[in-house]
Design a protein around this ligand. Structure first.
Ligand SMILES: Cc1cc2nc3c(=O)[nH]c(=O)nc-3n(C[C@H](O)[C@H](O)[C@H](O)COP(=O)(O)O)c2cc1C
Length: 354
């Protein structure tokens, strides 16, 4: 029987186990949205993961949604990631970059020239943005034109090329948690009446086109997608449905991408997960819903056949040697939420390994 500690062939790249580090924004980028020496140390400490998925990285200046997040759209940013990928590879790890366009989950103070964030439609999310000046109310975003949608898809492809140039083994496209790709999928944030909104086929189109463009740019074997069906986070509550994911999977299935990553934000979604697992014939990553941070109790889902790889967020943040600790069912260092976003080495590179 396959267990979480068995290796896997991920589209031609051998990963040492089926325990992956989930993508986590840490808001500690250097000047100009660059990766720093500390970024390299943080990820290298976690190289015993079968796969590390990086924090969300913006593909363009308008894609930024939070203070101090890094990008992959300037020469300086691309060069800065090389020390991260080199450090992870030197320790035997494999690392994908998560490409994240936040869409309306942003703020003018984070945008070039203080402009409005962009989105499928001018529908404001509820809540507050995390800016350089603390939390500020979200604003109604500006609706993207059809030409800008095409340009945004090209930005994803350019950022994917940049990621490979910087030494990443592949890219994961962030289609979860209410950010731009998810905003196109759900009618609550997408009120368009052109080919990018309305029917499920039209709402799925942006996600499918981004995956296709990125696969064409860097190879399907280096392209992955993260989704979170029925996730209420970031004002998506009650607007997302399972149907659009069937169309999305049908659209990307023939491409043969590296993996599909499903994030279960609510317990009711398990049926949808099982359905997607059947529909998607490639490698299936799961960030399983659990009470509290995902821990060793999720490992059985691999033995049950629900997933090929499990991803762990908060516990990987707090336990650089997480695979070894999962094997012994703990004990675990406790994650400290006060140092999740922003700051320095404290709560970043100072969690001890055993
Ligand atoms: C500090 C922090 C930052 C996160 N940032 C991201 C992100 O950039 N991209 C993303 O897809 N998910 C992000 N997430 C969600 C995690 O990937 C994961 O889905 C979530 O933490 C639940 O898994 P867990 O119970 O193992 O922590 C973040 C979570 C945390 C705790």
């Amino acid at each position: 029987m396959t267990t979480a500690f068995d290796p896997l062939d991920l589209s031609g790249t051998r990963i040492a186990n089926r325990i992956a580090m989930a993508p986590m924004t840490r808001s500690r980028a250097g000047a100009g949205g660059t990766a720093t020496d500390l970024t390299a140390e943080y990820y290298a400490q976690r190289a015993s993961a079968g796969l590390i998925i990086s924090e969300g990285v913006q593909p363009s200046a308008v894609g930024q949604g939070y203070a101090w997040t890094p990008g992959l759209h300037s020469e300086e940013q691309i060069a800065s990631w090389r020390k991260v990928t080199d450090a992870v590879h030197a320790d035997g790890g494999v690392i994908f970059a998560q490409i994240m366009h936040a869409g309306r989950i942003s703020h003018p103070s984070l945008q070039p020239d203080g402009g409005l964030p962009v989105a499928p439609s001018a529908v404001a999310p509820e809540g507050k943005a995390f800016t350089n000046d603390g939390f500020q109310d979200f604003v109604a975003p500006r609706e993207l034109t059809a030409d800008e949608i095409r340009a945004t898809i090209a930005d994803f492809a350019d950022a994917a090329r940049a990621a490979i140039q910087a030494g990443f083994d592949g890219v994961e496209l962030h289609g979860a948690n209410g950010y731009l790709i998810h905003q196109f999928l759900a009618p609550g944030s997408n009120e368009r009446t052109d080919e990018w909104g309305g029917s499920v086929e039209n709402r799925a189109r942006f996600a499918v086109e981004v995956v296709k463009a990125v696969a064409a740019a860097v190879g399907a074997e280096r392209t992955a997608l993260r989704i979170s069906p029925l996730n209420p986070y970031n004002s998506m509550s009650g607007t997302d449905t399972a149907e659009v994911y069937e169309v999305l999977i049908a659209g990307i299935e023939p491409l043969g991408i590296a993996y599909l990553h499903v994030l279960e934000a609510v317990p009711e979604v398990r049926e949808v997960t099982a359905d997607l697992r059947k529909r998607f014939t490639g490698t299936f990553f799961l960030n399983a819903f659990t009470e509290g941070p995902t821990d060793h109790r999720a490992l059985a889902l691999i033995e049950d056949g629900l997933a090929d790889v499990l991803t762990f967020g908060a516990l990987f943040l707090a336990n650089p040697d997480l695979p070894a600790r999962l094997r012994t069912e703990g004990p675990y260092n406790t994650p400290d939420p006060s140092s999740f976003f922003g700051g320095d080495a404290k709560g970043y590179t100072d969690y001890p390994a055993r």
